[in-house]
Design a protein around this ligand. Structure first.
Ligand SMILES: [Zn+2]
Ligand SMILES: [Zn+2]
Length: 633
């Protein structure tokens, strides 16, 4: 046996020196892992996502070592790499605070400078258990108790030993740059019945420049945090007494929802969808029939009505199928496209709830398309065109992923090939690049996932198109063919925005709260410099409202500067400021959110100008013509 690092060095000494780990037979191993002499490992190089993950997870170990050295009696729980960094959960006599971080960072720097190797060893499970028990590491003991194997793998750097599968960096000195970014409370295993632990977040990179760029983005993301802006813009709130993950929409937030939902209804009707509405509660037997009770029960809420068990819907599919089944369908009736802005409830652990982006009750822009096999491709094409147009309206770029058949799956090979082929054909025709997640489809069918990219370059899951072979089978959906025979329709589940709640969370951060004109809950604020302008202000306000614009009136007897600042904080797109001059000329002057002023004009002119801007496509048109007079709004 020869170490993976040694084998790499024989192939390419230069690459081997920079390598972080090695890939062999599809798995990633430490450079110190012994391999057969004939193995041909590939290097995992800095710059790859895998290398970054190893770096960050290794830095979590270093942080745990530092925390253990600084805070005697602390117990360490788990420390994974996450999307933009890592965390480690600790159980200490008090929660950690941001004030603790500098000392921990300093200790970590010492550990990194010492360049200790990360050493792996296999140990007898009971011996390892005894080791951690002796050290009071109850969480490690609990984890070991759940491992079925006789041996467990331990990693040691310096004096610190952790239970871990690995892989890790060859040594602590390979951490180029790191930063601890915050603290939070987190329940052990994300379950609120468990003890609250103290989580420390951090991030790490191979070089300082990348870290700096990342920290700048974090600063910007903080400023745009939709939970903060949601409060400042008076859009929504959460309440302990209501329950976690349940959103309360205030008038402005409800207006935002209404605008998006109206937009969606119009766009769906335009594309031949029919609106349907299903109930919140459906009998448990129906969930058993659909397979949700067996496969999705932990995510559902159940209740009882007059002795009968009901499930609160986590998905909208079932009622849509009952509508299909309510009469005999002919091949001529297909495709049928049922659209519902469906409110669903799903049990998410309290530990993963996050503002609007992870909630327990949300509305999906959900549709189910029932079509003939020969219509699948054109239906998928239609959905992709729909996605393209909607993303364009909101100004998002996006990426595409195709997920194919997993090992455990139902449906015939022929079904899978046909459906996957149709999805792939549409993706190829789009001319866009797409990733393939081999074996990542649902057990009941392949799917396309659409991930939008926001203004900070972050990706968010939005649309999905999913083929389903089970439900038509389970519910015995049929149609009559031209030959008078009975055939199975294909069922597509699809959403465009996904969860309206989450999409609004993303929109708030994408626009930093400055919504485009058509989406702004308040579009125009009319404010007065003096009460001599009150009558004219009322007239102007009335004219705006009569034209269908969302205008508000600020006649308060306060300094103009304060009134303007308030409108700015609320990110109102237009302010109409009226004083003696405007009253006398019976004109209006408008100020844009950007600070730019429009020339004085008759109120009719302002109204027609704003009314022309008051539709979803206006923003796209503006983006398309950078010469537009107020392109910077
Ligand atoms: Zn580890
Ligand atoms: Zn569905």
């Amino acid at each position: 046996m020869v170490s993976a690092g040694e084998l790499l060095a024989r192939q390419d000494p230069k690459a081997a020196r920079r390598a972080v780990a090695a890939r062999v037979d599809g798995r990633i191993v430490d450079l110190s892992t012994p391999l057969p002499a004939e193995a041909r490992p590939a290097p995992v190089m800095p710059g790859s996502p895998e290398a970054l993950e190893i770096l960050r997870h290794s830095t979590a170990h270093i942080m745990a070592e530092a925390v253990r050295a600084l805070f005697p009696g602390v117990k360490v729980a788990i420390g994974p790499a996450i999307e933009n960094g890592f965390y480690y959960d600790f159980d200490y006599e008090r929660p950690f605070t941001p004030d603790d971080l500098p000392a921990i960072e300093q200790k970590m720097s010492e550990i990194i400078r010492a360049n200790h190797p990360f050493q792996r060893r296999e140990e007898d499970r009971l011996k390892a258990r005894e080791y951690f028990a002796r050290r009071g590491e109850d969480y490690k003991v609990e984890l070991i108790d759940e491992i079925g194997d006789d041996t467990v793998s331990l990693y040691q750097q310096g004096e610190f030993v952790d239970l871990c599968r690995g892989p890790h960096l060859p040594s602590t000195g390979r951490v180029g740059a790191f930063k601890l970014t915050g603290v939070a409370g987190a329940y052990w295993r994300g379950d609120e019945r468990n003890r609250m632990l103290s989580r420390i977040y951090g991030t790490a990179f191979f070089d300082k420049k990348a870290l700096k760029r990342h920290l700048r983005l974090i600063e910007e993301a903080k400023k745009r945090d939709h939970r903060r802006l949601g409060r400042e813009l008076d859009l929504f709130s959460f309440h302990e007494e209501v329950g976690a993950g349940l959103v309360v929409w205030h008038p402005r937030g409800a207006m935002l929802r209404y605008l998006i939902e109206e937009f969606e209804r119009r766009e769906h009707l335009r594309r031949g969808y029919q609106m349907v509405v299903g109930p919140q509660l459906l009998k448990r037997e129906l969930w058993e029939k659909s397979g949700h009770f067996d496969n999705y029960r932990e995510n559902m809420y159940f209740t009882e009505v007059e002795g009968a068990a009901y499930g609160i819907k986590p998905m909208n599919c079932l009622a849509h199928m009952l509508i299909y089944k309510s009469r005999v369908r002919s091949y001529r009736d297909l495709p049928l496209r049922y659209f519902e802005l469906g409110l669903v409830h799903r049990h998410e652990k309290s530990g993963v709830l996050h503002g609007l982006t992870r909630v327990r009750a949300f509305t999906q822009d959900d549709a189910h398309i029932l079509c003939r096999p020969d219509q699948v491709e054109s239906e998928i094409q239609g959905v992709m065109d729909f996605v393209q147009e909607v993303m364009d309206i909101f100004g998002f770029d996006y990426s595409l992923e195709l997920s194919t058949r997993p090992e455990k799956s139902i449906g015939s090979d022929e079904d899978w090939e046909r459906a996957t082929g149709a999805l792939r054909a549409v993706l190829q025709k789009s001319g866009r690049e797409f990733d393939i997640n081999e074996g990542d489809g649902a057990f009941y069918g392949p799917k396309i996932d659409v991930k939008l990219t926001d203004a900070l370059g972050r990706q968010w899951q939005c649309a999905t198109i999913q083929c389903d072979f089970t439900l038509p089978e389970r519910f015995d959906l049929t149609y009559v063919t031209p030959q008078g025979e009975s055939a199975r329709p294909v069922m597509l589940h699809r959403v465009i925005l996904g969860s309206i709640e989450r999409f609004i969370g993303v929109l708030i951060e994408h626009y930093a709260g400055a919504f485009p004109f058509w989406l702004a809950p308040e579009q125009v604020r009319v404010l007065t410099i003096t009460d001599r302008a009150d009558a004219w202000a009322r007239e102007v306000h009335q004219a705006l409202v009569a034209a269908g614009l969302r205008a508000e009136l600020d006649l308060r007897n306060q300094k103009l500067g304060a009134k303007v600042r308030e409108a700015q904080v609320m990110k109102v797109p237009y302010m109409v400021i009226l004083g003696d001059r405007e009253v006398e000329a019976r004109r209006v002057t408008a100020r844009l959110r950007s600070g730019k002023n429009l020339p004085a004009m008759p109120v009719e002119e302002l109204v027609s100008r704003l009314a022309a801007e008051n539709h979803p496509g206006a923003e796209r048109e503006r983006r398309a013509s950078p010469q537009a007079p107020d392109a910077k709004v």
